[in-house]
Design a protein around this ligand. Structure first.
Ligand SMILES: Nc1ncnc2c1ncn2[C@@H]1O[C@H](COP(=O)(O)OP(=O)(O)OP(=O)(O)O)[C@@H](O)[C@H]1O
Ligand SMILES: O=C(O)c1ccc[n+]([C@@H]2O[C@H](COP(=O)([O-])O)[C@@H](O)[C@H]2O)c1
Length: 229
């Protein structure tokens, strides 16, 4: 598949008559799994997007390390995208030689698309640490945050910082979100997928079956390259 200068795969990004809003799901994707893809697919319709960008992090800011290399993780994301036209892989973070800060990525995208609204999609676990992210206030000047529910991370258990963040930035519905270019947080409808990359890595290591947890081509790649053993 062709890659454009921005590092994005060569699929069409904007369909005439459809929204030009940009949706991005960033992740370590070590490996990408159905807990990423299933809620992401449901979000498309809800947000009125025609596609979603999957952005593999080369050097994830808050993780001690990764098991698969950045190239292998990106390759698995690309395999997942080949299966579904609504997902596009953007490899720009792999091209930077530094920590994959979301702010840097958003600044680049905003420069390329100054008038487009950006929805940055995260899971509830990421929301709970968002106020520890690099220059998080500045991130909120560039995008809206769209938060997926995630088993094990309940609203009732949210840290005080997150509670205060939501008090200032949360909106109740997509119509309200679309009144602003950036700065809001919205909680997506309940979509519970009790799947994590950690769980998959552990299951693969102990020889257990994972085929119900990730796309078949991704599992085939893992086997072919003997990852997570
Ligand atoms: N099952 C899930 N439901 C909702 N969001 C998820 C789920 N799994 C991951 N996410 C979100 O997707 C983004 C990327 O996650 P990441 O690639 O770190 O996967 P992970 O399963 O959390 O990995 P690990 O277990 O290695 O920490 C994060 O914002 C995370 O919150
Ligand atoms: O910019 C930051 O400080 C920052 C801190 C933690 C996570 N992120 C981004 O959030 C996304 C999910 O991260 P992770 O570690 O849960 O895979 C991914 O795109 C990361 O680059 C970004």
């Amino acid at each position: 598949m062709k890659t454009s200068d921005s590092g994005q795969t060569g699929k069409t990004h904007q369909t005439p008559g459809k929204t030009h809003d940009i949706g991005i799901l960033g992740g370590t994707f070590d490996p990408i799994h159905l807990g990423h893809l299933n809620p992401a697919r449901e979000l498309l319709k809800w947000l009125g997007l025609d596609h979603l960008i999957l952005m593999p992090a080369a050097i994830p800011p808050h993780k001690a390390g990764t098991s698969a290399s950045a190239q292998q993780r990106a390759q698995m994301v690309k395999l997942a995208c080949e299966q579904e036209q609504v997902f596009h892989c953007d490899e720009r973070e792999l091209k930077r030689q530094s920590t994959s800060y979301t702010l840097d990525t958003l600044l680049e995208i905003k420069k390329e698309h100054p008038h487009q609204r950006i929805f940055f999609v995260i899971g509830m676990d990421s929301l709970f640490t968002f106020t520890k992210w690099h220059k998080w206030q500045e991130i909120l000047t560039l995008c809206h945050l769209v938060v997926n529910t995630r088993p094990g991370y309940e609203l009732a258990d949210m840290p005080i910082d997150t509670r205060q963040l939501l008090a200032r930035h949360q909106v109740a519905d997509v119509a309200a979100l679309k009144q602003n270019l950036a700065g809001n947080i919205i909680l997506a409808p309940e979509s519970r997928w009790d799947i994590s990359s950690t769980q998959i890595r552990q299951q693969l290591k102990s020889g257990r079956d994972c085929q119900h947890l990730l796309p078949a081509p991704v599992l085939a790649y893992i086997r072919q390259h003997q990852l997570y053993r």
